[in-house]
Design a protein around this ligand. Sequence first.
Ligand code: CP
Length: 310
Amino acid sequence: MSVKNGLVQLENLTSMENLSVDEVMGLIKRASAFKAGKADFALDEQTFASNIFFENSTRTHHSFHIAERKLGLDVLEFDAQASSISKGETLYDTVLTLDALGVDICVIRSGVEHYYEELVNSDNIHCAIVNGGDGSGQHPSQCLLDLMTIYEEFGKFEGLKIAISGDLTHSRVAKSNMMMLQKLGARLYFTGPAAWYSEEFDDYGHYANLDRILPELDVHMLLRVQHERHDSGESFSKEGYHTHFGLTQERAKMLKPTAIIMHPAPVNRDVEIADSLVESPQSRIVQQMSNGVYTRMAILEAILAGKKAK
Ligand code: CP
């Protein structure tokens, strides 16, 4: 991975851990150029991308598809139910097969954390792997679109006060964002139920009381409550969560007028955030979704540049 003549070159994109500040800033600038219609891009040869999603997705799956089409890639949608996965074929053998067929880039979402390691460490798999989310592990493309959205608003990260709130332990978005926002110089706070906090997060920021920290924030980033990753016996009250940990209409009044509200979505309205705030003037939730297309174009371009430089 590197930056050459202002263009980022990536072999794979699996975790924010592997990206430098220069690479992140290069990807944000390129995503902004795509958004402004000022990025020259031309494919040298026919290139195939396959989107392999084992967990449901609307934003990530479809914005990668649109990004691929906008760059002129041929897109091979992969339906796990209709594939030989249903006959017991492993992810490794599936990707080995797609690689042998000529697929250049596999965008993969899986519930298995670190699923990508055996793929990127294989001598026999040559296609690039882009992680579209691995269990509670990492979600690098979501992190980059979040960073683009924050940068569009403030033009910097250094010194911004950012709270990440909610289901922290189960959230891959939180893991990717805390790792990179700290590297970029933001001051991080975590709020939410203590049961969804881990001491490991102390390396990146402080566990705080939401009502105390709200008036100081530049960014309030909410997380979806990830019921699918909770123990089945865990009790949960939507109203109770909203009252104690959610961004209610009353709490939103405590935010600075310049502060922005973010959420990776899908949103549980009236749980993490009051229904009326989702599309409110301080919310950047819809902008995050739009930025996902341009960010993913920048990621794919960097992967293609990395393949060319090999
Ligand atoms: N934010 C996000 O990853 O949304 P999807 O699950 O719809 O892709």
